[in-house]
Design a binder for this molecule. Structure first.
Ligand SMILES: [Cu+2]
Length: 149
């Protein structure tokens, strides 16, 4: 198996600053993570930072997460959660989704999520298009992704 593993490692893009960052064109999605589900609950929240290194505004319009029936963009403002249809990241700017603020509302999920799981996701931006990412599952009470490489 060793030669195969070495080959796979060599195929990883060298331009990626972190193994936990996902870059497509001028967009970078940093450290996407999901909270583990609790008990029989099949809903959870997701977080990440989106960096727009380009010179045009990018709108995040949709998110797909493997095994999730639905993913919504939510903002917490004055303690109230509000769903938004899309969120714009200005040129040269970034937007951080973190507990207490912007978050992805995920679910219902077909399966429980446990700490350490990895889940494929797809973010849709206008006009940039799709960015494929992989969410790491952190503990249900995590406040950030501890895998800071
Ligand atoms: Cu929410």
């Amino acid at each position: 198996m060793r030669p195969l593993i070495t080959l796979l490692l060599c195929l990883l893009p060298l331009s990626t600053a972190s193994a936990r960052d996902f870059t497509q064109g001028s967009l970078t999605v940093e450290q996407p993570w999901l909270r583990a589900t609790i008990g029989t609950l099949r809903n959870t929240a997701g977080y990440m930072t989106v960096v727009n290194g380009g010179d045009t505004p990018q709108r995040l319009t949709a998110v797909d997460i493997a095994g999730a029936e639905k993913v919504e963009l939510h903002e917490t403002r004055d303690g109230m959660m509000m769903m938004v249809e899309a969120v714009e990241i200005p040129p040269g700017g970034s937007l951080t989704f973190a507990p207490g603020g912007w978050h992805l509302m995920v679910g219902p999920l077909t399966d429980a999520l446990s700490e350490g799981d990895e889940v494929e996701g797809l973010l849709v931006f206008e006009p940039a298009g799709e960015v494929a990412v992989r969410f790491i599952v952190e503990a249900a009470n995590a406040t950030e992704s501890k895998d800071k490489d």
